[in-house]
Design a protein around this ligand. Structure first.
Ligand SMILES: N[C@@H](CCC(=O)N[C@@H](CS)C(=O)NCC(=O)O)C(=O)O
Length: 318
């Protein structure tokens, strides 16, 4: 497998070499110049034309060295998990920011199905973002958000600034990470999917939004001052990867029509984490996240409530 990843890296290496050392550098996945299988249109093949490197639109972090970590991403809740983590770590470890934690970015164009290109499938066989290739570790690939966060912590968080040394706290952190990875992300993802369809399926919307609300109430309980986390964060009274991992999804509650008045501790936590420098920087990579306005969120709440009521009626009539 390492050989294949090396091969995939070699395909992109010439492009990286041509790019200026600004931080982080944005790239496009290079053209492979041959036909690839498209899962979106399973019976067709498409030829990619050579994409140009995109100019950086992120602030230049002083002292960035040649990129050692290559991030394959997009501006989505999962993509932002990886960039928040890298930016938090770069702030926590300024020396490593100049070396091991220098990174560049490949923005995969979903419209062109670049996430399913063979070169990328060598990096993430699931054909989804984010994924990283870590040249500090011989070109090791890491895919799945939770696994990327844990890899970065294990390799670089030597002073436990975003993680924990204590076995119990570490277990708590990993538990919250998997709670969000297996629950929050997929359920919010599905809620968003059904809310964004032209055909609105009230039952599906109810199913996923109500489940997201249930998961939010679990986080609300976990953020009570009497909970083991201490009230401000999920674990050990400090911001950690447990918070980071859940935040990019939870903070997009406005798009799901969720009324945060029901989750006061969680609402405060969302704002607390939003104020972090690492969050602000991470939300710019690969491009500034667009936030919904309070008016749009209120509109979405009304819309979602109506679908849930419609589904309730439908179920009651069966
Ligand atoms: N479980 C995965 C989910 C990754 C995922 O769903 N990524 C989406 C963007 S948020 C994606 O790449 N979608 C493109 C596709 O499905 O082809 C993780 O946590 O990394």
């Amino acid at each position: 497998m390492l050989f294949n990843i090396t091969l995939a890296r070699t395909l992109v290496a010439s492009r990286i070499a041509q790019l200026p050392l600004v931080a982080p550098v944005l790239h496009r996945l290079p053209s492979l110049g041959y036909h690839y299988y498209s899962s979106a249109a399973a019976t067709t093949t498409t030829t990619m034309s050579l994409p140009a490197a995109i100019a950086p639109d992120t602030p230049t972090v002083p002292g960035q060295g040649p990129p050692k970590i290559h991030l394959y991403t997009q501006g989505t809740p999962n993509g932002y998990k990886a960039s928040l983590c890298l930016e938090e770590m770069r702030i926590a470890y300024p020396d490593k920011a100049k070396d091991q934690l220098s990174y560049d970015i490949f923005v995969l164009d979903f419209g062109k199905n670049e996430q399913k290109l063979p070169a990328f499938l060598k990096i993430n066989p699931n054909g989804r973002i984010p994924a990283i290739v870590d040249d500090n570790a011989g070109g090791q690939r890491v895919f799945e958000t939770a696994s990327i966060l844990l890899w970065i912590a294990e390799q670089y968080d030597t002073d436990y600034k975003l993680s924990f040394k204590d076995a119990g706290e570490r277990a708590d952190m990993v538990s919250w990470i998997f709670f969000a990875h297996g629950g929050i992300g997929p359920m919010q993802g599905q809620a968003g999917y059904f809310l964004n369809q032209k055909y609105k399926d009230a039952f599906a919307i109810r199913r996923y939004v109500v489940e997201v609300e249930r998961l939010f109430s679990v986080l609300e309980d976990g953020l009570q001052p009497s909970a083991p986390g201490g009230g401000s964060y999920l674990v050990g009274n400090k911001y950690s990867l447990a918070d980071l991992n859940a935040w990019t999804w939870v903070s997009s509650y406005g798009r799901m029509g969720i009324d945060m008045a029901a989750y006061p501790q969680l609402a405060k936590w969302v704002e607390r984490v939003r104020e972090r420098e690492g969050t602000k920087r991470g939300l710019k990579v690969p491009r500034q996240r667009v936030e919904v306005t309070p008016e749009q969120a209120a509109e979405k709440q009304k819309e979602v409530k109506a679908y849930i009521a419609e589904a309730d009626k439908l179920v009651a009539s069966l």
